[in-house]
Design a protein around this ligand. Structure first.
Ligand code: ZN
Length: 199
């Protein structure tokens, strides 16, 4: 799986130009059909249909699904919706009020928050490293009062670093930048590397 920009036209163009590299061996990826269509729940419950492109590496021949930066692996909501819930929690909201603000079922929000809280320390460290690599004088966010808030602050701080590293995303919204930096794995098992997660 490889995270790419949301624009299908841009992905197609880069695929055609041989600009996408295999995450396994850095070989050149070529188009290889499509993965099955999926729907994501976006802001205000709006359904967004995605038909992810599939690509195959010319060198190692492994196929990869090109997951749009809007999506996170194993999650049915866009990363913008999930990120808004995490940001609300960072500001001290409980899962019920975050869910009510977003119009999302409360159990889903509870699941995201639990999952994120469990890895908040390593997530903060991951994005702090990204931020530190960004420029000569990075400004580390001050402690925000909770592990979750610190992790969310680090993600926000690293967004511009992400824009520099993945220029095709342009100035991506903060949570899309987090999706890109995690390869879509922000809430997936085993991410960041070295963390054991089951949800
Ligand atoms: Zn390869």
């Amino acid at each position: 799986m490889l995270t790419v920009e949301a624009s299908a036209d841009s992905v197609e163009r880069r695929l055609g130009a041989g600009e996408l590299s295999c995450p396994c061996c850095a070989g050149t990826l070529t188009g290889w059909g499509h993965a099955r269509e999926r729907s994501l729940r976006g802001p205000a419950g709006k359904l967004i249909r995605l038909r992810p492109r599939r690509a195959r590496c010319r060198s190692c021949r492994v196929t990869h699904v090109l997951l749009a930066v809007l999506a996170l692996a194993r999650r049915a909501d866009t990363v913008d919706v999930i990120g808004s819930a995490l940001a609300a929690a960072a500001r001290g909201a409980g899962f019920r009020s975050a869910a009510a603000q977003l119009g999302v079922p409360a159990p889903a929000v509870r699941g995201w928050l639990r999952c994120f809280a469990r890895r908040a320390g390593p997530v903060r460290a991951f994005f702090a490293v990204l931020l530190a690599e960004a420029g000569p004088d990075p400004v580390m966010p001050a402690a925000a009062g909770s592990l979750v808030a610190d992790a969310v602050a680090a993600i926000a701080g690293a967004a511009s670093a992400v824009a520099a590293r993945w220029p095709q995303l342009g100035e991506a919204p903060v949570w899309q930048a987090a999706s890109a930096a995690s390869g879509g794995l922000l809430l997936a098992p085993g991410w960041p590397p070295g963390v054991r997660n089951t949800i």
